[in-house]
Write a new protein. Structure first.
Length: 116
């Protein structure tokens, strides 16, 4: 069984390795989060490519909540990228379609950014 938090951690690690700045919005401490219900788990920004994406991580077969679906619809309507990711394979497929070269995931250290 896939644990969503482990998948989320691996997704963020992989995006950072490709040079994305990642802002995790799903951090919870003692049941509290400062982000509204429905916000995706992560916002990722790739400055050199001028590419941003909201990332919602789900276990395979799990669907978006009504609040998450509302956020996704508003993001897409505004011209923003929004990915729902259920596996590392799904992430790699979306990255490939967005034009990212995935060979850099194989052992390369993540680029350093002053904003992370």
């Amino acid at each position: 069984m896939i644990v969503e938090t482990d998948l989320k951690r691996e997704i963020v690690r992989s995006l950072r390795q490709l040079g994305f700045l990642c802002y995790v919005t799903s951090e919870r401490r003692r049941g509290y989060t400062k982000f509204p219900v429905g916000w995706p788990d992560c916002f990722a920004r790739h400055i050199p490519r001028r590419f941003c994406v909201w990332v919602e991580v789900k276990r395979p077969g799990e669907t978006l909540t009504p609040e998450q679906e509302s956020f996704r619809a508003a993001a897409v309507e505004a011209g923003e990228n929004h990915w729902t990711v259920e596996s590392m394979g799904g992430l790699l497929s979306k990255l490939t379609r967005a034009g990212f070269v995935l060979e850099t995931l194989a052992g390369a250290p993540p680029p350093q950014h002053p904003h992370t």
